[in-house]
Design a protein around this ligand. Structure first.
Ligand code: FES
Ligand SMILES: [Fe+2]
Length: 354
């Protein structure tokens, strides 16, 4: 187990870049449940109404400060405080108190914008009005997410930088023949790129796998990698979802889904003998474990590295400078010249040369 180095310098541009961050997988929050969470440096409660609406609100009751995560209960479409039984709806309005008379104006519970999309509960952190949204994916024909979460000492800008850091792919992940199919392109809070590479095979599925990856970043907390393995007809979605907790730690989530129309006989004759549902779940598991295995290869580096700005970029690094310039928008309080500086004209050449 890695000893976390608490002496490494803090990430310089602030611990909580604006954006949509996963605070839970949908299936982890049942109707009527109340959970304590800390994200974006705030103590919050995540709860789901009886009709199924997910809500993220301040942990502390505006009446006299009780923590709603310790004894708060869902009553229909509201959450009831354990201290004096005030109830609050998903907008934070106080809907009832046990007293006669008017509800005090100040009895308003703070809420955090929350959207439920393709199996994720995405919150706009660290707060305020969302400036954009993550597009919903059509999940028709896709298996539910297989997922996991780890607590790491890192920052979402550092982990998302992997998406454009081509140089680490052969070194850390042992990918071969890494090529850029589409140059990295940024458009507002969205950044996309497309690569191909060869990786060592997965047991039972072939010696080598030649795959194409399309990376979609929406801000720094949400990365979707669409994977296409033409030789086997495999289509997979892999999510890398990093959510800052308290300014030091992050929750790093990984999730995988696969398309249920994959021609199983092309993947493995043995798999094709199983009942289809079982075979698809087995394939999703194998792909998920392989994805997690790759991701874990980055963990020690993420947890021990420091942020270097400007970096000593070399030919072949990938569009790191483009990425860092794109990152600046997520720190609205930073001077424009400060955050994420360090783009070198040279690294743009390295994109073109793949
Ligand atoms: S502290 Fe919540 S109702 Fe009084
Ligand atoms: Fe990586």
């Amino acid at each position: 187990m890695l000893q976390v180095d608490n002496s490494k310098p803090d990430f310089p541009w602030g611990p909580f870049p604006d954006g949509w961050y996963t605070v839970s997988f949908s299936e982890e929050l049942k109707a009527g449940e109340v959970k304590r969470v800390t994200y974006g440096g705030k103590n919050l409660v995540l709860w789901r109404t009886a009709s199924g609406r997910a809500v993220l609100s301040d942990a502390y009751c505006p009446h006299m400060g009780a923590h709603l995560g310790y004894g708060g209960v869902v009553r229909g479409e509201s959450i009831q405080c354990p201290f004096h039984s005030f109830c609050f709806d998903p907008e934070g309005r106080c809907t009832s108190t046990p007293y006669e008379g008017k509800i005090p104006h100040r009895a308003r519970l703070g809420t955090v914008p929350l959207e439920e999309k393709h199996g994720l509960l995405l919150a706009w952190l660290p707060g305020g009005e969302p400036g954009w949204s993550v597009p919903a994916l059509d999940t028709t024909g896709w298996l539910p997410l297989r997922h996991n979460v780890w607590t790491l000492s890192t920052h979402p800008q550092e982990t998302s930088e992997n998406s454009v850091d081509l140089g680490h792919l052969p070194v850390v992940h042992h990918y071969e023949d890494v090529r850029t199919l589409n140059l990295a392109r940024a458009d507002g809070p969205y950044l996309t790129a497309r690569y191909s590479m060869r990786r060592k095979g997965i047991p039972g599925i072939g010696k080598y796998i030649d795959a194409e990856f399309t990376v979609h970043l929406w801000g720094l907390g949400y990365s979707l990698v669409e994977t296409w393995v033409e030789s086997m007809g495999i289509r997979a979605r892999e999510f890398v979802l990093n959510t800052p907790v308290d300014g030091k730690l992050c929750h790093m989530r990984a999730a995988t889904s696969i398309y249920d129309g994959i021609p199983l006989e092309k993947v493995s004759p043995a798999l094709a003998l199983l009942p289809k549902r079982l075979a698809l779940h087995a394939l999703r598991e194998v792909i998920f474990q392989s994805f997690v295995n790759d991701m874990k290869q980055d963990f020690d580096i993420w947890q021990t590295k420091r942020y270097v700005d400007p970096p000593a970029l070399a030919q072949g690094d990938g569009p790191v400078g483009l990425y860092r310039r794109w990152c600046r928008q997520f720190y609205p309080d930073m001077p424009k010249t400060a955050a994420g500086a360090g783009a070198q004209p040279q690294e743009m050449l390295s994109v073109a040369s793949g």
